[in-house]
Design a protein around this ligand. Sequence first.
Ligand code: SAM
Length: 461
Amino acid sequence: MTMTALPAAFVERMRIQLGPEAEAFLASYGEPRAKALRLNPLKCPEAVPTERMQTELGPLAPVPWCPEGFYYGDAVRPGLHPYHAAGLYYIQEPSAMSAVVRLDPLPGETVLDLAAAPGGKAGHIAGRMRGSGLLIANEIHPVRAKILSENIERLGIVNAVVTNTSPDRLAGRFPRFFDRILLDAPCSGEGMFRKDPDAIREWSPGLVAMCAARQRDILEQAAIMLKPGGRLVYSTCTFSREENEETVERLTAEHPQFRLLGTERIWPHRQRGEGHFVAVLGLSAGVPDGGGPEAHPGRRAKARDRGPDKAAAEAFRLFCDFAAEALPGWTPGPGEPILFGEQLYWLPHAQTSPFGNEDLRGLKVIRPGLHLASVRKSRMEPAHALALAVAASQARRTIRLDAAGPEIRAYLRGESLPVPGAESGWTLVTVDDFPVGWGKISGGQLKNHYPKGLRRHAAAE
Ligand code: SAM
């Protein structure tokens, strides 16, 4: 394998940091990288690959530090398989899976992923929350926030709000609000060198120093939002102590109410992964609240008591008529309808912190919960996100397409399908038993409602 030469200053620093192990570490850059996917428990509750999956994707071998993670072979392209479109898994660098394992989010909690795009760890968090509680997935860069939002949709996540704002704005809005926070910080990307030659070209000691300063700032903001007794995980895909241990040590030195509960490193010469750093921090339970939700009782109480506005309630009534007919087995979790222009969403309510529509006012929100439908006057169309968030057994009409057959590929290209004798109406299209999108049947034809932006060209298959 040829690769761009490592920067001399990086090699020098790693020799100092690793001592006798440095040669093995540096030699690992000549090895091929390990590829892995993480099963989505929202679709595969046991998070174990089925025989069918292994037939389709080849042998899948467990990632030792993550129960949902599996290595796949070099010849496989799981991103092109219809199971990917159905959200069965997320392709993720294996060592990056360690962060959410340490965060250990639970159903019902209120969780923040502060630097979330493209969404690998947000998807992992949501999988562990099993649709219960509230996840705020934030990303500062607008283009990356959109990609994050698409991944949240593909994975069938119902309880996430995607925001596109800065850590300090979020900290101003949600002090002492979250049970768990992940800060997977922007870093100098030394663990990306095998995958991305640009990361090698962009690296310099100055970049490391700049990243370390930025990480400290963002970590300060993250710390403001953690509840007493809560857990904060800080992670990076880089190796320098400056961006890792020293960043968290500075936080605990300046804020002794935060305790470092442990750190973990994955190294590319010791494990099958590109490398990751994870630090687990806890905030003492006895810390004075200092302006948490209780500091704004008026605002939050108002948000909860007011209920949805008239237009949202009206759009939701229309949606309920559709759902009663086409999705008789489905009901949303605790939340409220919210209308963004013509788009109807279901805003999840948090269980461990008061939260409602008002709390998002003034923040740039990309996805205020589960997208239910587009509503124009008295016409409504179910949203793609809804198809991915329900189970086939909850729909009145389904068309089941075989994962290995040509029809599913035709559907994903946006083609209509003949369905002679099938009942007319909105129909859930599934690959094997997994929903992948909507179609509308009329006169024995399934009109394709797979989103235009996601359709594939034959050449890409
Ligand atoms: N957690 C993501 C995942 O698992 O898919 C990867 C996150 S990546 C390591 C770091 C993210 O931080 C990037 O998406 C980047 O746009 C964002 N970022 C960059 N500068 C930032 C800042 N000043 N504050 C917050 N986030 C920032």
